[in-house]
Design a protein around this ligand. Structure first.
Ligand code: NAP
Length: 248
């Protein structure tokens, strides 16, 4: 049976980088995206051109019906063995007293509810308790969950704090059912997510506060995600691995 990997938000940034690596590693890759079908199709083409298998699947992780459809379609392709629980958003750089309720709800829906719904559906397919073959779930935390992101986006930081706690708790909850749940905690990574901050050149402006004095690449995060999904990390459970150039 084919081993399937879902990458939520697999069309751009960190998700794209890890989708390409999963394709090379022989997984049938489900490249999920929210709006940009062209970017998702480009990732699928790159994987298939390299001899791998991939499909693009639209779905907003903050909408339950979309998540259920995503996992139902993935289950038709084979055994789900990996979930890269990656889709996430950031908003404009603001203080909390400048944030609307709508903004808070949307960010929590995508970053928290979306990650929880995807993890829940993955457990249903992977857990030996439910007849699955086991697998790995890799969540996306952020250095913000440790630093708090004051003046920049405490709601984003708090959403990643929820991911940290889910990683620890769910990691322990399903460890005896063949599933390892872990997370990566990226620092400043050069992707388009920073464009939402409204600060032009934000990534370069942050270089001085990073001990290694440079931003990270999506590829550097994806390498650690692949390790967390591999047999090489078989005794790593409920752990959050910082990929932050020393900044957390
Ligand atoms: P990115 O470059 O902005 O890419 C985001 C991806 O997620 C895109 O594929 C996008 O698809 C998808 N997406 C957005 N909202 C979605 C939704 N509601 N449902 C499904 N897919 C959705 O972001 P990134 O920098 O790679 O970030 C990936 C993850 O790493 C996020 O969880 C982020 O919080 C975390 N992270 C990033 C950094 C960093 O510095 N880059 C640092 C720490 C943590 P569309 O194009 O179709 O919208």
């Amino acid at each position: 049976m084919t081993n399937v990997a879902i990458v939520t938000g697999g069309s751009r940034g960190i998700g794209r980088a890890v989708a390409l690596k999963l394709g090379k590693a022989g997984y049938s890759v489900v490249v999920n995206y929210a709006t940009n079908a062209k970017a998702a199709d480009e990732v699928v083409s790159a994987i298939t051109a390299d001899g791998g298998k991939a499909v693009a699947l639209r779905g907003d992780v903050g909408v339950e019906a979309d998540v259920l459809n995503l996992f139902a379609e993935a289950a038709k392709l084979g055994d789900l063995r990996v979930l890269m629980n990656n889709a996430g958003i950031m908003d404009r750089q603001n203080r909390l007293d400048e944030m609307s309720t709508e903004r808070l709800k949307r960010l929590f829906d995508v970053n928290i509810l979306g990650s929880f719904l995807c993890a829940r559906e993955a457990v249903k397919l992977m857990s030996t308790k439910h007849g699955g073959k086991g697998g790995a779930i890799v969540n996306l935390s952020s250095a913000a969950s440790v630093l708090g992101a004051p003046g920049m986006g405490v709601e984003y930081a708090a959403s990643k704090g929820a991911i940290d706690v889910m990683t620890i708790g769910l990691g322990r909850e399903v460890a005896a059912e063949g599933i390892r749940v872990n997370a990566v905690r990226p620092g400043i990574i050069d992707t388009e997510i920073h464009d939402s901050s409204g600060i032009p050149g934000r990534v370069k402006l942050m270089r001085d506060v990073i001990p290694i004095k440079r931003e990270g690449t999506a590829d550097e995060v994806a390498d650690v995600m692949m390790w967390l999904a591999s047999k090489q990390s078989s005794y790593v459970v409920g752990t959050i691995v910082a990929v932050a150039g020393g900044r957390c």
